[in-house]
Design a binder for this molecule. Sequence first.
Ligand code: KG4
Ligand code: ZN
Length: 357
Amino acid sequence: MSLILGIESSCDETACAVVADGYKVLSSAIASQIAKHSVHGGVVPELAAREHLTALRRVLSEALAEADKTLADIDAIAVTQGPGLMPALSVGLNFAKGLAMNSGKKLIGVNHFVGHIYSAFLGEQGRGFLECKTNYPLLALVVSGGHTALMLIDRDGCMRRLGSTIDDAAGEALDKGAKLLGLGYPGGPVIQKTAEKGDKLKYDFPRPLTGGAGKPVSPENLFNFSFSGIKTALLYHVERNRNMLDDEQFVADTAASYQWAVVDVLVRKTMLAAEKFNVRSIVCAGGVACNSLLRDELAKRTPEVIGLQLAERKNCTDNAAMIGGLGWHFFRKNISSELSIDAFARLPELSRVPFLG
Ligand code: KG4
Ligand code: ZN
C-alpha cells in the first residue's frame, strides 16, 4: 500500500489529506477561511496566504492523526502547483517542499483543475467507475469558483477542452449574484438556501450562448459558457426593484430564478456535448457540483444509456484528498517533481489526464 499526503492551498481552504493507493481517503482535513474573507465580500489573496501559513501545520497534524499515521509512513507528498492565487499557492508549495526536503520524500506537483476532475473517482465506487472501459469517452463538467469547462476524456487519457467560460465562472456568477442580493459570501450555498423558498420560474433571466432570444450561437461558442450577461440582468432587476429587497419572497424568487438560469445553461450545454460527441458517461465536479438543483437536473436530463458520476459533496469544494489521490498516479509511474518547481496561476492547455492510460 502506498500512502500519499495531499496538500492544497490554491484559494481559501487550507487542506491536507492522506490517501491510500489513489482512491482510499484515510483522512481529509480542511480549515476554511470563509469567515475571514466574507467581511471583504470575496477572497483577498494576501490574507489567504497569511491564513494558510498559520493553519498548515495544524491541518497537517489533524490529517495525520485522523489517518492514524505519522509522516514517516508517508510515501510521497503531492501538492497543488496551480492554477490558483499565487500568494496562496506559494505557501502550500513551499511548505510541501520543506517537508519533502527534510524527510527525503518525493515531491509531486499536481494540477488543481485535474484534481477536481479526479475528485469524482475517489472511493471504491469512484474507482470502479473510472476503471470501467465502457464509460469512455467521458465528458467532464468542471464547475467551481475559478473554472467552468467541458472536457472530453478518452480511455487512453487523451483529453480535449470542448469549451469553457469566456467571462465569469459559474461559481463566480453565483458569488457575485449573492453579493448583489446582499446575501453574503460564498454565494453558491447561500443562493441555494435562499432559493429553496422561491419560485424558479418567477423571473426570466437570460441563457447566454444557448441560441435563445433569436441570437444564434456561433460554432466556436457552442460549448463555451458566458455568465456575465445573467449577472448584468440580475443587476438591472435589483436596481428596478430596490424597494423590494426587504421582501423575503422577492429575494427568494430572484435567487431561485437566477440559480435556475445558471444551472439550466450548464446542463443544456452538457447534454448538447454529450450527444454531439456520443459520450458514454458524464462526470461533474468542482464546488458548484455541490448544488442540489444542478445534481438533480443532471440526473434528470442525462439519458439512461449514459452513466453519471457526480463527485461526492464532501469532495466537490477544494480539498486535499483529490490532490493526494491524483498524486498517487504519478507516484506509481515513478514520476516526481524537482524541488525547484514554481507555482502557476493560470490553467495551462491540457492534452492528457495522468490517471488513465
Ligand atoms: O471548487 P471550489 O471550492 O474552489 C475553486 O476551485 O474555485 O469552488 C468554490 C465555488 C464558490 O463559487 C461557491 O459559491 C461554489 O463553489 N459553491 C456552490 C455550492 N457550494 C459551493 N455553488 C452552488 N451551490 C452550492 N451548494
Ligand atoms: Zn477548486
